[in-house]
Design a protein around this ligand. Structure first.
Ligand code: ZN
Length: 605
């Protein structure tokens, strides 16, 4: 048994946003010990170079300084010493996202990937972590929330925690402060809800609804749950939305309005969004934290880990997140169809879907999906959104081709049994092979089109088989996300004149995206241009729609716009709006067979 790697992290100076961390190795590498900080965090596929936030770093052994040489952007080499070797460093923590670390006088939060150096060659050793509060009376009431196992720390207390190895250490984010805390059990597993930030959410309601979701997912894969406890770490801000999955917890950043205030009221749109996010991250406890790409076993956090499978790990998870809400009765079928209609709309409004496959989108996530620029809608497709539609199409295909005997549910459970339970990585192509094997079908043509092709999925046919009508119509306005019937007849919508752009947030009519084949692009307008007038009338973000409403498709309008500081004039031939907005509805004329298939798909198992 090797001696553990010991870490001590202190919320050293909250006003300066500095954690102080000490990593001690009893028996450092005789050739000189190397340390690295990860370049990325699992679940967020982008090189983030967390080491840039290390402000100072020094090493000592037996009271004497040890020379340290920096080898590259995130690796340090300590001169040979007999040990124990202690490396002490300050980490600047001022990133209020789920991906990094944040410390101020109100709270502290960190992911291990931002604060814990990896001792090369010692990755498999157990880790001990002492977590200490800032000093001073002001912090007397601070507590700790994390799914890290407690060594001698009291529940929610500062003190000593432990992890089996480095991989586990950095997969348990830690929150400290005066958070709100609520608890519930799901299938016998204790769950904590930890909320940081001012909020007026109804905690009993939240517990009840999250319990419903958690029990649904646990039973989906089969009891017992793979974790001993689970923690929802929630940061509430004015406006925000994001989540990151971990093996026994999740970090969520949400807007204040996302939390429910009422005990009984039906799930509204914002709360539905929150429940979908929580459901998504919780499903990841199985799909990606345990059923995971082979290239993630183990993670190499020093460089990009390329996989063509993110469509499955994010797309299938995105499919089941909302599906769980309707199957567990939290939302109605109509509400669920609205969400699916919105996802279809998002994909159908992306010209890039005709250029990039989801396999390519997964592979290039590091440089494209995670680093989207103004041309992204024309060049790429989301492996989340299209991946979710592939999961939907696959599920409905399996159900149809096996007369309801098999579904994607069976494929996921088979993946769990074969790979997830033992955390064996899934080789490229095995999800496709597993689906074919479970359903005893030749799915090669399906996957060739869905994963490696760019043609639209045959969703209208597949949905018709379960008594759901698929319709495409023009958007009603720029804020029309789809999913709902329009307030006006389609003929009226088709008379709306459009520019083929998406405007940036703000007061000005600044072009965020210019769509391929659209009127603006044809006239020479570019992303970044600021439109200041249309046919001589002043244009702002708020007034563009109103100005366009004076025209019909085919009209030519004079547009003045600034490109950088140069005023330019364009003649734009306005176009009709594309029919890219999807509405799904229950087919009132569905026959009993269609109704039965729909019930088998959407109702509680
Ligand atoms: Zn996800």
């Amino acid at each position: 048994m090797h001696t553990p790697v010991h870490y001590r992290i202190v919320a050293h100076n909250p006003s300066a946003h500095l954690f102080e961390v000490t990593c001690t190795i009893a028996d450092p590498d005789p050739q000189g010990q190397r340390f690295s900080l990860p370049a990325w965090i699992p679940g967020s596929y982008m090189i983030r170079e967390f080491a840039k936030h290390i402000v100072t770093l020094a090493a000592e052994c037996g009271g004497r300084a040890v020379p340290v040489e920096k080898l590259d952007k995130d690796t340090w080499h300590c001169a040979p010493c007999a040990g124990p070797l202690a490396v002490r460093y300050l980490v600047y923590a001022w990133d209020l996202s789920v991906r990094a670390a944040h410390l101020d006088v109100t709270h502290g939060f960190f992911n291990g990937t931002s604060v814990f150096l990896r001792a090369h060659g010692r990755e498999r050793r157990p880790c001990l972590v002492d977590i200490a509060p800032p000093s001073g009376d002001a912090y007397r009431n601070w507590r700790v929330a994390s799914a890290l196992a407690r060594e001698d720390a009291a529940p929610y207390g500062f003190g000593r925690y432990r992890a089996a190895d480095y991989d586990e250490l950095v997969d348990h984010p830690v929150e400290m402060g005066t958070f709100a805390l609520a608890t519930f059990e799901a299938c016998g597993v204790p769950h904590d809800i930890v909320i940081t930030g001012r909020h007026d959410g109804n905690l009993p309601r939240l517990c009840r609804d999250l319990q419903t979701i958690c029990e649904h997912h646990i039973r989906f894969f089969g009891e017992p749950a793979p974790m001993e406890r689970y923690v929802f770490l929630i940061t509430v801000v004015g406006e925000g939305y994001g989540g990151l999955e971990h093996r026994a917890s999740t970090s969520l950043l949400i807007g204040r309005d996302h939390l429910p205030r009422d005990d009984e009221a039906p799930v509204d749109e914002t709360y539905r969004t929150f429940l979908g996010l929580a459901s998504h991250e919780y499903f990841h406890t199985w799909n990606v934290k345990r059923i995971k790409p082979a290239v993630f076993v183990p993670y190499d956090l020093s460089r990009e880990a390329y996989t063509r499978q993110l469509w499955a790990f994010e797309g299938i998870t995105s499919y089941y997140d909302d599906l769980a809400l309707v199957r567990s009765g939290l939302i109605t079928i109509e509400s669920y169809l609205e969400l699916v209609g919105q996802t279809i709309t998002r994909v159908w409004r992306t010209p890039g879907r005709m250029r990039q496959t989801v396999a390519e989108s997964s592979f290039d996530a590091w440089t494209k999906f995670y680093r989207q620029d103004e041309n992204a809608p024309n060049a790429i497709v989301s492996y989340y959104a299209k991946g979710a539609l592939i999961a939907l199409a696959l599920d409905l295909t399996l159900r149809r081709e096996t007369n309801g005997e098999k579904s994607l549910d069976d494929v996921m459970r088979a993946l769990w049994q074969r790979y997830g339970r033992h955390v064996l990585g899934v080789p490229e192509g095995d999800i496709e092979r597993m689906a074919a094997e479970v359903a005893n079908l030749d799915l090669a043509p399906f996957f060739a089109q869905a994963l490696h092709g760019t043609a639209d999925l045959p969703l209208a046919d597949l949905l018709a088989a379960v008594g759901i009508q698929f319709q495409l119509r023009p958007a009603e306005s720029d804020s029309d996300k789809g999913g709902k019937a329009a307030g006006k007849p389609v003929e009226t919508l088709a008379r709306r004149a459009v520019l083929g752009v998406r405007l940036a947030e703000g007061v000005e009519a600044k072009l965020a995206h210019v769509f391929d084949g659209g009127a603006a692009q044809a006239a020479g307008l570019s992303a970044g241009d600021v439109i200041v007038s249309l046919n001589g009338l002043r244009a702002t973000r708020a007034s563009v729609d109103k100005l366009l409403a004076r025209h019909r498709p085919g009209d030519r309008v004079h547009v003045h716009a600034f490109r950088r500081d140069e005023l330019m004039e364009f003649e734009v031939a306005l176009q009709p709006p594309p029919a890219d907005t999807c509405v799904l509805s229950l087919d009132a004329a569905a026959n009993p067979g269609q109704q039965a298939r729909r019930a088998a798909w959407l109702q509680r198992p």
